[in-house]
Design a protein around this ligand. Sequence first.
Ligand code: PEP
Ligand code: MG
Length: 756
Amino acid sequence: MPDSFSIPRLLMNRLRTVMAEDVDPETRLRSVVQLIANTMVADVCSIYRRVDDGRLELLATEGLRQDAVHRTYLAEGEGLVGQIAKNAEYLSIQDAPRHPSFSYRPETGEDPYHAFLGVPILRAGQVIGVLTVQNQSDRCYQDDEIDSLQTIAMVLAEILSSADYDQDAIDSARSLRPVNLKGRVLCDGIGMGRIRLHDPVISAAKFFAEDSELEERRLDVAFEELNRSIDRLLSAEIGGLWDEPREVIEAYKLLASDPAWAERLREGIRNGLSAEAAIDRLRREHRARFEKVKDSYLRERLHDLEDLDNRLLRILAGTDDERAASSPDSDVPEVLVARRLGPAELLEYGRLNLAAIVLEEVSTSSHAAIVARGAGIPTVGGIKGLLNHVARGDMVVVDGEDGSVHIRPDEALIEAFGERKKLLSERQAAFLALRSEPSETLDHVPVKLFLNAGLGLDLDHLESTGAEGLGLFRTEFQFLMSDTLPTISEQVALYQTVLDRSDGRQVYFRTLDLGGDKLLPNLNATREENPALGWRSIRFALDRPGLFRRQLRALVRAAQGRALSVMFPMVTHASEFREARRLLEKELSWNLARGYRPPSEVKVGAMLETPAFAYGLDALKGEVDFISVGTNDMLQFFHAADRMTPMISDRYHFVSRPFIRFLKQVRETCENLEIPVSICGEGAGDPIKALCLVAIGYRGLSMPAGGIGPVKRMLRSLNLRDFQSDFDDLLNNSSPSLHNSLLEFARRHRIKLSDD
Ligand code: PEP
Ligand code: MG
């Protein structure tokens, strides 16, 4: 074999030439396999491609019989090639025919070949094909040869997926034709725009290095910036407050400065790849492993690795991206498309004014979904394989009413979309008109409607919805938005803005609710089996008194002469509430002693999000000023169904007898204990759920901005006195579905649950 480093380099140069030739795709692939076989001194080189039913089709070969091309198909898992596709891992075998997975295909004429090396062709974490080389001798392939073949496979992934490749025009048509997909609505509304991909994508044009030395220098500079950004995370301010998270960033830093990682990237460059392509190659491997691994700890590690790959790519893209953002097309709105997105990552897009968001993963009550709702961005999630259908810049229509996503829509659809958008604006105008109407039922029972907020931009909704105030201000979003912990003065500034903008309306600040799916970027301390049931919310805050007290101090300081209502999230036991309240009182005295003006009044409440607390409320009689039921978490704990797991998160319903009966009991308990109680989960913004809540006696509901108009309209069409006794019957009987019975009832009594 020739010198290992020079093979891919040479090959890359030749591949670049082949790709630039103006030939049909079939001829191009033929040239590619010949090229690989010649350069690697292999007797055979073959490319298999995964077709729609999962089988692997022999697409091109040098060395096997040409008439087997397009005729030989292997099932997934069949033969060595099938194994590679199934496991997404390379196989290197000295004597292939003796391997237990070997499958003999006489039509290919592969009898004389013994040594076998095959690598998966990966794209977006999926195996889209397999590349193999074979030799007659029973030789061992060296590590650098395996590495070379993997590099080539990456280039092939682009050739196989590029719009110009295929046996005929069918596939090229497929890549351009409209595609309709269906997902789950995470935030309603409709939006149209050009696709912006969250994960950096390397265009085939950027694959090959013109000048390897230059590429290595670019990589070095990117590494320096990466390390600087991690050092910023480790800055003095974080130290002292965050012990374990500090260790986690240290570990992240260690990962980032792992010489083996850097060396593999450099090797990629020396083999003829651009810096971006070298990173992309490793990213494909990390992603493919991520898709297969079940162990949650390993998944997180692989996610960290992929995150580092993406960070490096973003650093390299740097100014290019800025330019893209202000390209001539930049007045066309953008639709963000991502595999998955944490709330913090979504917040980073805040200023981009996205028309819509489409995600492969995520469930309705995840915090990314809540952030999307807060910002009023139509969002659809849960579309498997989404990224295989889209390319940056494609037009897309996102229908956040029924969950459909139309990629590359035709003219008729775009026109229909315009009509729908008009109707929607009319509906919004109707809700706007309701803004100053009283929030009460037909028989004049008042129900206070509050807004759930957490971002500066949510505050605009106070005016537009006519909300009574902020029933839930999620303070952790400020923490999720920044790379370092917000300083006390930054926190004070935000809370003051919230109070200023609320202009005397009631505001309920919920103290830090971190943990679960709300992890600070790179500060997710301990790996947990069940994060939702783990070290989160008030549990975490009480264990971090330094951090928690700073927040309480900021809240007290921001109020100065104004009313302050604070509530603690996910209280499970009375002692947690007492301890948190004690810390707040300490801060009140501390501030007073230093001459700050105290709040005009202070109310301290607790969020009821665990069933245990519902049965322990009596311990806090006379100590807790109010209770706010967080139905998002409560629903998941009540049904033991993780709100973040898409397969089950929508399976157990809010409008179900057990849950509504439970919420009724909670309301009655609070009444007996003389503790004011209200609701602040997202469900309060859905008219049918709100109808149940009002029927069981709740008179304060806090919800996303989009819910206020529809819920007020429902209330104003409801004669509560008449409805109450019927509802009690419905709740007590056991007819099959409470939800369906309610829909039927609402229809008969003209209760407006929807537009119809
Ligand atoms: C809830 O759990 O209902 C709630 C309002 O809190 P969050 O959704 O922020 O966890
Ligand atoms: Mg909660």
